[in-house]
Design a protein around this ligand. Structure first.
Ligand code: TYD
Length: 132
């Protein structure tokens, strides 16, 4: 459920030369199989709009900000991501949408699976049916 979508704090090392954030294997609740990122996203763009049967994800605003709506079919919450040291963990079977991208925003996604269209749920009605 929505309660399982949690913020992961990513440790960082900061000094006068700048900041370095590091994600080690144990910081993430799954083994990372794939990394992808969204960039050059127009501010009025809407991304996501699907759930996953198998994929677990961690979403990070590497640069800029955007908002993620997570929905378990009963409850929804809107979370602003705007720090490269915060990751939003999203388990399977959670509908997600991403909007309000700032200019220059980069949305990094750590994923537990390889890309496989057949594990996507892209119709909201199918998502709700799968929850009953
Ligand atoms: P889409 O799922 O619509 O992106 P988002 O969830 O960010 O809105 O994916 C956009 C396109 O990219 C779609 O044609 C599928 C393709 N794609 C891949 O080929 N590999 C991948 O790892 C991902 C995530 C998407």
């Amino acid at each position: 459920t929505i309660k399982d979508t949690t913020i992961i704090n990513i440790p960082k090392v900061h000094d006068e030369r700048g900041s370095l954030a590091v994600i080690e294997k144990d910081a993430i609740p799954f083994a990372i199989k794939r990394v992808y990122y969204l960039y050059d996203v127009p501010s009025d763009s809407y991304r996501g709009g699907h759930a996953h049967k198998e994929q677990e994800s961690v979403i990070i605003a590497l640069s800029g900000s955007f908002e993620v709506i997570v929905d378990d079919g009963k409850l929804k919450k809107r979370i602003t991501l705007n720090k490269p040291t915060q990751g939003l963990y999203i388990p399977t079977h959670i509908w997600r949408e991403i909007d309000n991208f700032s200019s220059g925003a980069v949305c990094l996604v750590l994923a537990s699976t390889n890309y496989n269209e057949s594990e996507y749920v892209r119709e909201y009605d199918d998502f709700l049916l799968s929850k009953r």
